[in-house]
Design a protein around this ligand. Structure first.
Ligand SMILES: [Zn+2]
Length: 428
């Protein structure tokens, strides 16, 4: 019987629980708020310097030309790679370093990393600096145990996940960083709860609808054609016809929470008339334009063509029925649903380690919203990708966000065990 690497690595992680918490706190204290994309470079350098001390080869890749990238807010990503002994697979842990703005309603400082009752508070504690810290400690524990492994261990800290990931994983995936043979298995420590493996996400289609009218004096609206009233008719159809139809569509994808097992639409924003351009001062005009952005989340059973066609039909019906109705429709953003095979190696490895560490079976779930997996799967063409991390899904983007210290420690053990399985150091 060889040395029980896994037990020894787990013991090391337990011994380093305080260090894990300290690392997560230090990350929370770097305010990588997006937008605008603050402090990316110091955060990437902090991660790089830490892993360089364990002899990782560290490189920085700036998402030059990506949305938001400029000299003041460079989109700095870090990739750290440790080669093993001989040929073998590469296991990659990818975390986004950006956090959403703190917003209102906090009862403590969102960037202090305060500890209370076994919880670490702060913006990004759950989403996802707690997961990033856990993955760093997991890799360090493997290396410090002196485990000889084939292949490679890799970790990246990437930017802009909260705004689509184009300067982060999207940028890197286009340049081959998330493709074979460079990388084989990817674990993204997003906050999906400590005992769940996230195997995919629903699709997303954002579109802009504009209704057109004709400008006229506000005292004689009958001489114009009101674009806002036309948009009102669009809203009514969405309310009366579309939303009930979407609620009928159920998916076999194991989406959480329950409400997201159906198709959904959010009316993201609506603007009509000239007020918005004139500092809110009203102008006595019949509005000739009204614009609305819709956020449609769709299921793997639906096709993007169907999703678009539903909206087109709704608008075309109004065009036939309403005098003076004219519209334009444009796509703002589109990502198809993704679903990793439940039997894929990374799913099996992480599920088995969850059961071993937590003593209960892992739950396989699908995320209601997209995350960087889309770039790995669609652009990198790498299917062996999941999300697994210690954060609590419902707390992401909320005031008083926190992560449980016990969950960070448990997830680090799961990540280390899964990496050892995927590398073939312990039996899969
Ligand atoms: Zn996240």
């Amino acid at each position: 019987m060889p040395l029980d690497f896994r037990a020894n690595v787990s013991r090391r992680i337990d011994e380093r629980a305080d260090e894990l918490v300290e690392l997560a706190r230090e990350l929370i204290r770097i305010p990588t708020v997006n937008p605008p994309g603050d402090a990316y470079t110091p955060c990437a350098e902090f991660i790089g310097a830490r892993l360089a001390r364990r002899d990782f080869a560290v490189r920085f890749e700036r998402g030059t030309g990506a949305p938001g990238d400029n000299e003041r807010y460079p989109r700095t990503n870090v990739i750290a790679r440790k080669e093993g002994h001989g040929r073998g697979p590469c296991v990659h842990f990818n975390s986004h370093i950006d956090v959403v703005p703190a917003g209102h309603g906090w009862s403590l400082d969102p960037f202090a990393g305060e500890l209370r009752d076994g919880r670490l508070y702060g913006r990004g504690s759950s989403d996802m600096k707690g997961g990033l810290a856990a993955s760093i400690i997991a890799l360090e524990a493997i290396l410090d145990e002196g485990v000889r492994f084939p292949g490679a261990l890799e970790l990246s800290g990437t930017v802009d996940e909260e705004s689509g990931g184009f300067g982060g994983v999207g940028y890197l995936a286009e340049r081959g960083f998330f493709s074979r043979p460079r990388v084989d298995h990817v674990i993204i420590p997003e906050p999906l709860n400590v005992d769940r493996v996230c195997i995919g996400h629903r699709g997303v289609w954002w579109a802009k609808i504009e209704t057109h009218g004709r400008i006229a004096h506000g005292s004689m609206p009958f001489l114009g054609n009101c674009a806002v009233r036309h948009m009102g008719a669009v809203l009514e159809r969405i309310e009366q016809n579309l939303i009930p139809r979407l609620a009928q569509k159920h998916t076999r994808m194991p989406v959480v929470p329950e409400g997201a097992k159906r198709s959904t639409i959010n009316l993201n924003s609506i603007h009509g008339g000239l007020g918005e351009d004139y500092e809110g001062l009203p102008s006595p005009l019949v509005p000739d334009s009204c614009r609305m952005v819709i956020d449609r989340r769709y299921l793997i059973e639906e096709t993007p063509e169907e999703v678009r066609q539903e909206i087109v039909e709704l608008l075309e019906t109004l065009k036939r029925e309403r005098p003076g109705f004219a519209y334009s429709l444009s796509e703002v953003l589109h990502f198809r649903p993704t679903l990793t095979d439940a039997e894929a190696p990374v799913v099996r490895a992480v599920s088995a380690e969850i059961e071993r560490v937590l003593g209960r079976p892992a739950q396989q779930v699908v995320s209601p919203g997209t995350y960087d997996q889309k770039h790995v799967v669609r652009t990198g063409l790498l299917k062996d990708c999941i999300a697994y991390g210690p954060g609590i899904l419902d707390l992401a983007h909320q005031p008083d966000e926190y992560v449980l210290i016990a969950d960070m420690v448990a997830s680090a053990k799961v990540m280390a065990g899964a990496a050892l399985r995927l590398l073939g150091v312990i039996a899969p």
